[in-house]
Design a protein around this ligand. Structure first.
Ligand code: ZN
Length: 66
């Protein structure tokens, strides 16, 4: 089992802009899609955001497809 001290959350993924496999920084964002306070707990959706470290192109995709 290998561990590193590098906390950079990098993944190699295909970038549509570069048309190459490039290093991406991946994070998860919770977006609240409703402004109504009482409904907020039902409308927070996790999005997976990846940013190409080569060209800066960002893609986000909703993780909950239900
Ligand atoms: Zn790119």
């Amino acid at each position: 089992m290998a561990t590193t001290d590098d906390s950079f959350n990098g993944l190699t993924e295909y970038c549509d802009e570069c048309e190459l496999d490039t290093l991406h920084e991946v994070s998860v964002q919770i977006r609240t899609e409703s402004t109504k306070k009482e409904n907020a707990q039902f409308s927070r959706e996790p999005y997976r955001v990846s940013e190409c470290q080569r060209c800066g192109h960002r893609t986000s995709q909703r993780m909950n497809n239900a």
